[in-house]
Design a protein around this ligand. Structure first.
Ligand SMILES: [Zn+2]
Length: 332
């Protein structure tokens, strides 16, 4: 084959490649502006050797985000410097002082989680991004004001982000969707009498911390703004989607949130070390789409998702990749 006939033989293939690149670029322009936040400080804290809430959780996530190519498609957001006294909006000075004194590395890592969440609120509230995933650890939704770690948690960064969105940006009504396998007990306690924060949690009420009774619906003006949906071992995609479609969606439509936060625990995934639910990655894509639908209809897509639990290292990483790809709009 001479040079000219070689070129003419490969030309159609080159044209095809060029055209498919153009198509890919056009597709990219239709994706959401999705932020991704991580911080080396999240890797510096250990509860105990071989504890399931370990830095490798984030290393696996980071690697899966890179290998999948998603890291190149998200906006990697730089962290704000000063978080002021925002932790004190929901945690007592005594609690913070005790965490600082007894577990200083955990304090720094948990404080960095708050910083990540507040940064995410800045980005979404100022319409710089549509949605953000915060790859944080330690988790936060069990953090009470007991002066010590509760369920691997120190500060409830999702709850603090809710208060920040309200007080800093005037986003009045906050929907918190907690799909972690465990009940978000601290979030429930912090907003139990508050009608401006709708807390929705699916969980196994027989697991730690043993709370999450559906009879706990809120109190005073907050009555009706706390929704617990306990689910049994073996809960699968169809079962949880039934709840998302028939309980979460109509309730959220009535509430009409100004921003949506997800306590995104992936210990509700199949084969988790600490859970007994059977939710697959396709299930998380459907759940994510439902929450995105709420955010699109009521609050210009404003949605922040924050990692809570998830202890099967490759499993959690795979679920996060699916979740972030869905946030980007790749599965719609
Ligand atoms: Zn959990």
């Amino acid at each position: 084959m001479n040079r000219r006939s070689f070129i003419s033989s490969v030309l159609p293939t080159l044209l095809l490649l060029y055209q498919s690149r153009l198509t890919a670029n056009e597709t990219l322009t239709t994706l959401n502006k999705t932020g991704y936040i991580s911080d080396p400080l999240f890797l510096t804290h250990h509860i105990a050797p071989d504890h399931p809430e370990k830095p490798d959780r984030l290393r696996y996530i980071q690697n899966a985000m890179r290998v999948s190519g998603l890291l190149e498609q998200v906006v990697q957001v730089g962290l704000k410097q000063d978080i002021g006294d925002w932790i004190e909006t929901l945690h007592t000075k005594a609690h913070i002082a005790s965490i600082q004194q007894h577990t200083p590395l955990a304090h720094r890592a948990a404080e960095a989680c708050v910083r990540a969440c507040l940064t995410a609120v800045d980005q979404v509230a100022m319409s710089k991004l549509d949605n953000v995933f915060c790859a944080t650890r330690p988790p936060g939704h069990h953090a009470l004001n007991t002066g010590k770690e509760e369920g691997f948690c120190y500060y409830n960064h999702v709850a603090i982000a809710a208060r920040y969105a309200q007080q800093q940006y005037g986003l009045k009504k906050i929907l918190i969707v907690d799909w972690d396998y465990h009940h978000g007990n601290a979030t429930e306690v912090m907003f139990y009498d508050d009608p401006s924060v709708l807390c929705f949690s699916t969980h196994d009420r027989h697991a730690y911390p043993g709370t999450g009774d559906p009879a706990r619906k809120g109190t005073g003006k907050g009555l009706g703004y706390n929704i617990n949906v306990p689910l049994p071992c073996g809960t699968n995609d169809a079962m949880i989607m039934n709840i998302f479609q028939n309980v979460l969606l109509p309730t959220a439509d009535k509430f009409a949130p100004d921003i949506v936060l997800i306590s995104a625990g992936f210990d509700s995934r199949e084969q988790d070390l600490l859970g007994c639910f059977d939710i697959t990655d396709a299930g998380y894509a459907s759940m994510t789409k439902t929450v995105m639908q709420i955010a699109a209809e009521h609050c210009q897509h404003r949605l922040i998702s924050v990692l809570e639990g998830g202890y099967n290292l490759p499993g959690t990483a795979a679920a996060v990749v699916t979740h972030v790809a869905t946030l980007l709009g790749k599965h719609s």
